[in-house]
Structures are given as C-alpha cells and as structure tokens.
Write a protein that binds this ligand. Structure first.
Ligand code: FAD
Length: 436
C-alpha cells in the first residue's frame, strides 16, 4: 500500500494528515502516518496567550493519538533527525527519560514524504540570547515563560512595597525583542494578565507595576502591515504603557537585560526573543535536498523539493517562490493552511496519474490582536482591489475566524460548534487567567 508520511503536526501538517486520513487512510487506499515530536497539537499563533496565561494549553491542546484514530491515519511520536532518500526512509532520534534510552533510533519508510516541521526562532548569533531569552517556539517554552511570569509577580508582590510612595524601579520588567505580530500581541496580552492578577486579589500587583519594553530593529513595528495600521498599534501599545523602541538594534542579552547598539542597557527580569525565524540545523543537509541560508527546503511551485518529486515541503520550513521576482511565500499560518490544501490535491492527482498543480499564494491580509483592548489589521481581496484596513470589533471577529477555519479543517463544522460552546461555558466556569 502507498505509504504517505507527514512530519510535523502543526498548522499545515495536521490539516494535511487529517484530510489524507479521511480520504485515503479510512478506505485503506494508503497508509498515512503523522510524525511529531510532541504528543499534542496547539495552533502556534495562540502561544503568546499561553505565555501570558489567558489560554490553558492543558485544556485547549489536541491529542495527536486520539485525533489520528478518529481520522484514519496513524501517529508516531518522535523527532526526525535524518533522511535517507535512496532507501526512502526517515530517521527518528532515540527517546530518552532521565538519561536512559526508552526507545532506540527508528526508521520509517515512505513513498511520499511531506516535511511540515515549522520553524524556530532565529537569534542571528546575538551574544547571550540563547542563555537569557525565552523563544516562544512551542507550548513548553510558552508554559515556562508563564511560570516565570507568575514567579516574578509573586516575588514582586511579596516585597514590602509602600503603595503611597512606589519607587519607579519597583516593577516587573519584561523586554520583548521583535515588533512583529508575536511581540506586539504578547505585549498587549501581558498588560491584560497584570489586570487580571489584580482582579484576583494578588497583593500589590496592578498594571502600573508592569514595565514592558518592545524592541524593534526596523523603523516601525508590524512592518508587514500598512503604515497607518502599524501606527495605530503603536499608539494603542503606548496608551497601555508599553515602551515601544523602534530603530533599536540589540547586540547582547545578559542577566541584567538587553544591550543596544547605542550602548544603552534595557533592564529586564524576563526577556523574550521573537525577532526572526529559521529551520533547525539538521535541515541544512537533509538527504542532499536544496536549502536556503535559513535552512528552509527550497520547493518548486508544485511544493515538491527541487531535486526530489517524492518529497514535498509546506509551511514555515518551505521556501516557495511567489512569482519570478525572487519573493517567497511568508511564514504564516494562512500559508501553511493553503499549502496543505495544495499538497493534498497534488497527492490525489499523483495517485490518479495526473500532473501536480502549482501553488498560488493568496494573501488574505494580516490581523493582530491587542488582547482585549483592540484588534487591528488589513484584509486583502479581489473584491477590495488591494488592502482594506480593519480595526476594532470586525477585526476581532475576523481574527478569531482564522483559528475557527483551522478547527473546521480538523474537526468539521459540528464538532467545532461544540468546541465553541464549551469555550463559552469555560469563560463562566474557569478563571480568566491561568493562575498556576
Ligand atoms: C507566538 C506566535 C504568534 C503567531 N501569530 C500568527 C498570526 O497571528 N497569524 C499567522 O498567520 N501566523 C502567526 N504565527 C506564525 C504561524 O504560527 C506559523 O507560520 C505556522 O504555525 C506555521 O505552520 P507550520 O505547519 O509550518 O508549522 P508549525 O505550526 O510550527 O508546526 C510544526 C510542527 O512540527 C513539529 N516538529 C518540529 N520539529 C520536528 C521534528 N524534528 N520532528 C518531528 N516533529 C517536529 C512541531 O512539534 C509542530 O507540531 C505566529 C507564530 C508565533 C510563534
């Protein structure tokens, strides 16, 4: 039977494995296997909410194994570490527990391989970043940030603070590097978290005791969005009290904080690095496939790798040309979603002996959520002949609908409706902030 292996169950890979499982796996027309190093899936654009505590990943994460058993594909827990294209096998690293090997290195055979392992943060080799900053790359890292955030607030709240005469240095100081969607959304979400902690009666803690600095090397935050929208987001953040520093290059991170190119120290107790992406180093020479300088696999417009028709790549780990100008598809959830649909069609076409179709990137715009305060962004479409700026309630509804589209791709309409209902109930039953 045809063996299809999808590596990485994220925004793109899980949607693809789900569709293939339903169409081919259930009818025993192909053996569809999803490999992921984690046991659960959480849509990555929600990680900043996990970090701030407004989302509980323990409740919202989806178990790969149970989803696979419902949808006609199989799941293998493991971290891919190599590829043997001659024998059409992928290698999974051994699994250890407390230094002891639980599961030895394994290989999985494939006829068609789809790489969908996403990306990790790129610190561009900046000194001290690996040791002192947290990368919001996966739920475990986001959870670690959340624990440290709660600890900083606990430490702050237990210090003897004189509410009549607060000193300006008595603050929980957080620095975020990167003024893209992640940095902007996290800054706003942290202010919401501080307000919630106050509402839950944590002594001495309020919005005023939080000092968030957002550092961006470029001339403005949200460079992918129109200037007016990025200006509106900048104003909103400033109103909340976020210190937004544009045109500021970070040269080093230390226990004290961030050092800038101008020799200024941005003092911080907690630091997040969200300033760029790359793919892990094992991708650099993956079975002789062609890669770019950030280790993404270079693909043709059919999303097949340049030198192997049997290996596709989608999402953040793929470098796909948009047109002949040299521009490539941006690393976004909507790109991963669209690429998953295209590869699904191409695999079915291949089975029928037809030619694969070319992927055409459709930019539906970008939306950025400033927690409960506001949502801003721009929508693109043929009807609008360009981009339309959206803000406020409409933007908020559109923002949430991006996640709903992902859920509908995984669960269908009925189950997504039930999940929304449970979400509503949880708003009443559970605290608005994860306090543990
Ligand atoms: C905090 C944050 C906010 C974001 N907000 C937005 C937004 O608002 N809008 C937007 O469009 N995009 C946003 N993005 C970007 C978006 O999340 C990514 O572009 C998208 O998730 C990429 O999808 P993917 O399928 O390529 O990879 P991912 O969704 O990252 O999934 C990769 C999967 O591969 C698995 N994996 C990784 N390495 C291995 C390995 N070696 N072996 C096995 N499995 C492996 C991982 O466990 C994961 O399940 C955001 C990203 C972050 C971090």
């Amino acid at each position: 039977m045809l063996k299809i292996v999808v590596v990485g169950g994220g925004a793109g890979g899980l949607e693809l494995a789900t569709k293939l499982g339903r169409k081919l796996g259930r009818k025993k027309k192909a053996e569809v296997t999803l490999v992921d190093r984690d046991r659960t899936h959480l849509w990555k654009p929600l990680l900043h909410e996990v970090a701030a505590g407004s989302m509980d990943s323990g409740i919202d994460a989806l178990s790969f194994r149970s989803h696979a058993s419902h949808c006609g594909f199989s799941y293998q827990k493991g971290e891919m570490c190599g590829l043997d294209r001659e024998n059409k096998e992928i290698h999974l690293a051994p699994i250890h527990e407390e230094g002891k090997e639980l599961v030895p290195e394994r290989t999985i055979r494939y006829d068609i391989l789809v790489m969908a392992i996403g990306s990790i943060s790129n610190d561009f080799g900046t000194k001290g970043v690996k040791d002192h900053c947290i990368f919001l790359d996966n739920p475990a890292r986001a959870h670690l940030f959340h624990q440290r955030l709660l600890n900083r607030f606990l430490q702050f709240s237990s210090q003897a603070v004189d509410p009549e005469h607060p000193r300006s240095d008595e603050k929980v100081r957080i620095a975020i590097v990167g003024g893209g969607a992640t940095g902007v959304e996290l800054s706003a979400e942290l202010h919401n978290a501080a307000e919630q902690l106050k509402a839950y009666g944590v002594p001495n803690v309020s919005n005023e005791c939080l000092a968030v600095t957002l550092v961006e090397a470029g001339p403005r935050i949200l460079p992918a969005l129109p200037e007016r929208i990025s200006g509106a987001a900048h104003n909103e953040l400033s109103k909340m009290g976020v210190d937004v520093r544009t045109a500021t290059m970070v040269t080093e991170a230390s226990t004290e904080g961030l050092m800038t190119q101008d020799g200024e120290l941005v003092r911080a107790d907690l630091m997040v690095w969200a300033a760029g992406i790359k793919c892990p180093d094992f991708m650099k020479e993956l079975g002789g496939l062609e890669t770019n300088r950030i280790n993404q696999l270079i693909v043709r417009k059919t999303l097949q790798t340049t030198n192997d028709d049997a290996v596709y790549a989608i999402g953040d780990c793929a470098s796909c040309p948009i047109d002949d100008s040299g521009k490539t598809v941006p690393p976004r959830a909507q790109s991963a979603h669209q690429m998953a649909s295209c590869v699904y069609e191409n695999i079915l076409a291949g089975i029928k002996g037809k030619q694969p179709k070319e992927y055409v990137y459709k930019d539906y715009g970008s939306l950025v959520s400033l927690s409960n305060y506001s949502t801003v962004g721009s929508l693109m479409g043929n009807l609008m002949r360009g981009s339309m700026k959206v803000e406020g309630r409409i933007a908020r509804v559109m923002y949430i609908s991006l996640y709903r589209m992902h859920q509908i791709a995984l669960f269908g309409y009925l189950k997504t409706g039930l999940i929304m209902l449970v979400g509503r109930l949880n708003q009443v039953l559970r605290p608005k902030l994860k306090l543990h």
